[in-house]
Design a binder for this molecule. Structure first.
Ligand code: NAD
Length: 442
């Protein structure tokens, strides 16, 4: 039913969920990731027996073609139509899917009665309008993150979704990444004790610029750099990481302050290349968030800090505070032996190591490459994108919505946009009442 490669990735998560369903306490654990309840192997097989989902892709640039590659491996999917306003990208996608119907106007694709579900992989500024058009046309819809460019657009999309009976997914792939799923559950069951704070960052060293064949295409091709279509680092990178934080905390921060600027890439772009913010929850805990694209030393991390340990979700590892203590005691004994201390300074901080590399990384998934050493897992192939896409195709057949996916994307996008507002206006920004949805907890 699925090919070999897909089976090894997909069945990992699906079988993990199936096993959870059967074990004592598993149902309670599954309740911490309710969007996965439709993701059992049986439900996939049931959908596959019915038929294949007929999919149209709108936006066949970089991410659209990435999704096409994944769709071509999904047995329950059939790509029947493609749409892009930029001919070279439409041509490139058409080569991947010979025989697909080609459109240059998304409305024409949406009129196509032979399409069950639509993938939207266009610039952020177009997400809201295309998603609303797609739901109105009666299509199940899968849109790339983030939800929209403005809070008003987010609310309009959310309201449209609530009034519709169609399936809507956002590509928040960490919700379908096995190491994240397992980590969410480990944290909820007390692995690291009380959560006392969170630190996330995403550092890269690249300008985000693409080559442009002629100047009038600058804003179409380099849309990420201009505010008419992009909310910059916050929505492009931060949305994933803030979502992880709200999922783990199971609540929303209520305010944010921070600074952003164009520090290095002063090339006419309008979005910040450096951002640094603090989001605060009502109980005083913070998410410290940082991103820049002119130095990659720190890579990407999503650290959940607990009284008893730390989980770094992106690396797929956790560290326990007691491991550090064991190291500290060992170091103290050596120092006493070597005469560094005349007496044992039990109350002093001087002998306690506070270096991260003294912690022992424990892998969340034992089989994951890079995890055991605490090496960064950025760029790992199995990041959940293919599984969330398959889950969407399954939903196109069954009509079953995945719980929380839309609400999580909505919440994360609102947080990103609040962050941008705080940086632009250089003030503390609180979550505006009018954008609070019943899903949000504080
Ligand atoms: N989930 C992830 O990890 C992830 C990773 C990369 C990109 N993305 C998201 O994917 C989306 C696309 O990013 P990208 O890097 O592929 O951009 P891109 O510029 O490579 O591709 C966008 C394509 O959309 C086309 N387009 C623009 N307006 C259109 C319209 N009205 N109708 C049809 N086509 C239109 C463009 O011509 C282009 O081919 C963005 O929202 C981005 O944030 C998500």
């Amino acid at each position: 039913m699925t090919n070999n490669r897909n089976e090894s990735i997909d069945m990992g998560l699906r079988n993990f969920i199936k096993t959870l369903g059967c074990m004592t306490g598993g149902t309670a654990l599954l309740a911490t990731t309710p969007w996965l309840t439709s993701c059992t192997p049986e439900k996939l097989e049931e959908a596959a027996r019915e038929r294949r989902a007929r999919i149209g892709v709108i936006g066949t640039g970089s991410r659209g073609q990435y999704h096409i590659h994944n769709l071509l491996k999904i047995q329950i999917a059939e790509i029947v139509a493609l749409c892009d306003i930029y001919q070279p990208n439409l041509d490139a996608a058409a080569k991947l899917v010979p025989g697909a119907r080609l459109y240059k106007d998304h409305r024409k694709l949406l009129e196509d009665k032979d399409i069950d579900g639509v993938i939207i992989a266009t610039p952020l500024g177009t997400h809201a309008a295309l998603t609303i058009d797609s739901l109105e046309a009666g299509k199940h819809t899968f849109c790339e993150k983030a939800m929209a460019l403005t809070m008003d657009q987010c609310k309009a999309v959310y309201d449209k979704y609530r009034d519709s009976d169609r399936v809507l997914f956002y590509c928040m792939q960490r919700m379908y990444d096995e190491k994240y799923v397992k980590a969410f559950q480990m944290i909820r069951t007390g692995l690291i004790g009380d959560i006392v704070g969170m630190r996330c960052h995403w550092f890269r060293n690249a300008d985000w610029r693409r080559e442009v064949p002629s100047p009038e295409l600058e804003r179409l091709i380099n849309w990420r750099l201009y505010r008419e279509n992009s909310a910059g680092l916050m929505t492009e990178l931060g949305s994933h990481q803030l979502e992880v934080c709200t999922l783990v905390a199971d609540k929303m921060p209520t305010r944010v302050a921070g600074f952003g600027d164009i520090v290095y890439w002063k090339d006419g772009r309008e979005v910040y290349d450096t951002v640094s913010l603090t989001y605060q929850f009502g109980d005083g805990r913070n998410i410290v968030y940082e991103s820049l694209i002119s130095n990659k030393f720190n890579g990407m991390e999503e650290q959940i800090l607990g009284k008893a340990g730390t989980v770094d979700l992106s690396k797929g590892v956790y560290y326990l505070e007691e491991d550090d203590l064991v190291f500290g005691v060992r170091q103290l004994l050596t120092q006493v032996r070597d005469g560094v201390f005349a007496a044992v300074p039990t109350a002093g901080p001087s002998w306690r190591p506070e270096l991260r590399d003294k912690y022992v990384p424990h892998a969340i998934l034992k089989q994951a490459s890079g995890a055991a050493t605490g090496q960064n897992m950025i760029g790992e192939q199995n990041d959940g994108s293919d599984i969330i896409l398959e889950a969407f195709c399954q939903s196109c057949i069954t009509g079953e919505r995945a719980r929380n996916v839309v609400e999580e994307c909505y919440s994360a996008t609102i947080l990103c946009l609040m962050g941008n507002q705080a940086m632009d206006e250089k003030r503390v920004v609180s979550l505006p009442e009018e954008y609070i949805i019943p899903y949000m907890k504080f």
